[in-house]
Design a protein around this ligand. Structure first.
Ligand SMILES: [Zn+2]
Length: 150
């Protein structure tokens, strides 16, 4: 295996682009087993009038389309914020190998908080989880986004 490459910078760029569209700034990137980026997305819930259009869901859809499969074994997902329960369930269903996330989300998160989806016995696939990657930058983006909206 070649050296470890972080894709959080690209996920943060997707989060910034989401903020510019007036969306909550969350971005996600998926890499295939060779480490190539196969999907990158930011939140589009307002644009698409779709409460499920979270960055992770959009990235998983795009990566599954690219793979021609509803499962993504060996793929890694990078997201700037702790996934919510819906996205955590989708990450498990897609068989994502490793989840890297940035900021914690005590209010809406479903990995280390709240539903703790991967800790349930009903959860058939639990990815490896690494948190706090680029978390400071992600938090700053979210804070300034919500401050501007007050
Ligand atoms: Zn979500």
């Amino acid at each position: 295996m070649a050296g470890f490459t972080s894709h959080m910078a690209q996920a943060l760029a997707e989060a910034r682009a989401a903020a510019e569209r007036g969306e909550v700034p969350v971005g996600a990137v998926i890499t295939d087993p060779d480490g190539r980026v196969v999907a990158a997305a930011g939140n589009r819930t307002r644009e698409l009038s779709d409460p499920t259009a979270h960055a992770e869901i959009l990235a998983i859809r795009a990566a599954c389309t690219a793979a021609g499969s509803e499962r993504l074994p060996g793929h890694d997902l990078w997201v700037t914020l702790e996934p919510c329960p819906m996205c955590a369930a989708a990450i498990s269903a897609a068989r994502i190998a490793t989840l890297y996330y940035g900021a914690e989300d005590p209010r809406m998160g479903g990995v280390a908080h709240g539903a703790r989806v991967f800790d349930h016995p009903q959860c058939h696939h639990r990815p490896q989880v690494y948190d706090g990657i680029g978390g400071g930058e992600s938090r700053k983006l979210l804070q300034s986004f919500f401050e501007e909206r007050r």
